[in-house]
Design a protein around this ligand. Structure first.
Ligand code: RP5
Length: 163
């Protein structure tokens, strides 16, 4: 059994986006634990989760948050596990606020930030991190890449036959 991926979201309103990451990780048979913890509304619980994550069997933590999205940065401050941030498009600023809040980390505390609402890539990146030391996950990633290539080449063939 591989290490777990922890997925934290600032609000349950982030779940429709976060579901993409949950489903992708499950497709790799990676164990996932999901929580609603906010850097602002439940800072104690969020920090406790991060502080204990390594000893609780987590290998990567994904944090999804919108608006003034400090969740990934605060979690990263409390663990040396790799932290992936998903900026959520949940405000009048279309997610640019969350993107900048997540990506602009000061030197020393990195957060690997994916695109706005980029939940699938967050999950794939988490799988790649675990795949460094887990051959089973690595094989699944290679299979996924092969299928992706075949799908695009099939689309190319279809377009050639249509034009
Ligand atoms: C952030 O504020 C959450 O991550 C969410 O994206 C946004 C809005 O939260 P709710 O007001 O919907 O709970 O902290």
């Amino acid at each position: 059994m591989s290490k777990k991926v922890g997925i934290l979201m600032g609000s349950d309103s982030d779940l429709p986006v976060v579901k993409g990451a949950i489903n992708t990780l499950k497709s790799f048979s990676i164990p996932v634990e999901v929580h609603v913890y906010s850097a602002h509304r439940t800072p104690k619980q969020a920090c406790e989760f991060a502080s204990n994550a390594k000893s609780n069997g987590f290998g990567v933590i994904i944090c999804a948050a919108g608006k003034a999205a400090h969740l990934a940065g605060v979690i990263a401050a409390h663990t040396t596990l790799p932290v992936i941030g998903i900026p959520i498009k949940s405000s009048t600023l279309d997610g640019l606020d969350a993107l900048l809040s997540t990506v602009q980390m000061p030197k020393g505390i990195p957060v690997a930030t994916v695109a706005i609402d980029g939940a699938d890539n967050a999950a794939i990146l988490a799988a790649q991190i675990l795949g460094v030391s887990d051959e089973e996950i690595n094989h699944k990633l290679e299979d996924m890449r092969k299928k992706m290539t075949e799908d695009v080449l099939e689309k190319d063939r279809k377009i050639q036959s249509e034009i």
